[in-house]
Design a binder for this molecule. Structure first.
Ligand code: SAM
Ligand code: SF4
Ligand code: SF4
Length: 337
């Protein structure tokens, strides 16, 4: 049985989110605002990115220390060339690991089949509105919603199920479309998860007034299609789950602002250039790439990992305050959601 690392708050390391690129073909206003991520923006140089072999080696070590879930993310992970090759390498480490990916869906139609064939278990697609004008405004590159819906359908046909849909809700932008989204996916077996707009990074101009509390989302949906709460399935589950009373499936809410879940946070994040972050709101990461490239043995890396996790006491969302609000935090596009 793999050893289980525990942090200072007794939380095991169970999930690893792996960012494979910091680039994206969208400019979602809440994540990579155009004014900041414009033509002059310096993305990571190619040589700085971890290779698939480096990612696979680290993943094997993480799994040996108790990780049971790998999520590939970004930036937009499907922009990384030859991604199914990485999926196959990760799948080869352990047949039982939950291996999933979060994508904006724009390139999914072309890649769904190959990702499934390579061993991806399932997929999460981000979709903020079914209304084409609202969707185009939120991705800010005029990308049509129909192409994401086609991608979702391709994922379903390829068997990348169960599919989750992630929707970031921003007051006055897409909150009036929440019920439409819920209705559209009700009874399909797809689970929509509504995410409170978070103050990640320091470029999105976050204001508390823009956050639509998860309780309000549930209340709006339930007013039309009655919901009842479900118990969580495992420790560290971020979404609070709700079921339609008439058996139409379920929806989730991720209330990271109004009901923080740091106590059960079992996630580490690896940036595309190989820095390890123990919190989404961290200001600095630990450089694992240098270890990899300077001849460290697996035992050296295990020891480093044990030290990093062993001194972890992050619980940003629980202590969100004036003091932490202004800090130069790492951008979401760097370390993945
Ligand atoms: N590009 C992929 C995508 O959009 O699915 C993967 C990376 S993206 C950073 C991962 C998730 O983070 C997405 O579901 C996105 O909606 C979410 N996200 C980004 N910025 C956010 C914010 N400020 N608040 C809440 N969620 C956010
Ligand atoms: Fe790109 Fe995903 Fe961020 Fe949108 S949320 S800008 S799709 S990385
Ligand atoms: Fe985990 Fe940090 Fe988010 Fe809390 S704020 S749930 S510790 S990532």
């Amino acid at each position: 049985m793999a050893s289980v690392l525990k942090d200072l708050l007794g939380r095991p390391l169970r999930d690893l989110r792996i960012s494979v690129t910091d680039r994206c073909n969208f400019r979602c206003t809440y994540c990579m605002p155009k004014e900041v991520f414009g033509k002059e923006f310096q993305f990571l140089p190619r040589a700085g990115l971890l290779t698939f072999e480096e990612i696979t080696r680290l993943s094997r070590i993480f799994i040996s220390q108790g990780v049971r879930k790998l999520r590939i993310t970004g930036g937009e992970p499907l922009l990384r060339r030859d991604l199914p090759r990485l999926v196959a390498q990760l799948r080869a480490i352990d047949k039982g690991v939950d291996l999933t990916l979060t994508t904006n869906g724009s390139l999914l139609k072309e890649q769904a089949h190959d990702l499934k064939a390579a061993g991806l278990s399932r997929i999460t697609v981000s979709l903020d509105s079914l209304d084409d004008a609202v969707f185009r405004a939120m991705n800010d590159v005029d990308f049509p919603v129909t192409r994401v819906l086609d991608g979702i359908e391709a994922a379903r046909a390829a068997g990348l199920v169960p599919i989750k849909i992630n929707t970031v809700v921003k007051r006055g932008v897409n909150d009036d479309h929440v019920v439409d989204l819920a209705r559209h996916f009700r009874g399909t077996g797809f689970t929509v998860r509504f995410i409170e707009y978070m103050d990640v990074g320091s470029t999105n101009g976050w204001r508390l007034d823009d956050v639509v509390p998860a309780a309000e989302v549930i209340q709006r949906i339930s007013a039309e299609m009655p919901l009842e709460p479900l118990d969580s399935q495992y420790r560290g589950e971020v979404a609070e789950r709700w079921r339609y009373r008439d058996g139409g499936g379920e929806v989730g809410v991720i209330a990271s602002v109004t009901q923080p879940f740091c106590q059960d946070c079992t996630r580490a994040r690896l940036s595309a250039d190989g820095a390890l972050y123990t919190c989404l709101f961290a200001t600095t990461g630990q450089d694992l790439r240098s270890l990899l490239r300077n001849g460290a043995t697996d035992d050296d890396i295990v020891a480093t990992l044990a030290t990093i996790w062993g001194r972890r006491d992050d619980r940003y969302s629980e202590i969100r305050s004036e003091e932490t609000a202004g800090a130069a935090r790492v951008e979401m596009s760097r370390i993945g959601g």
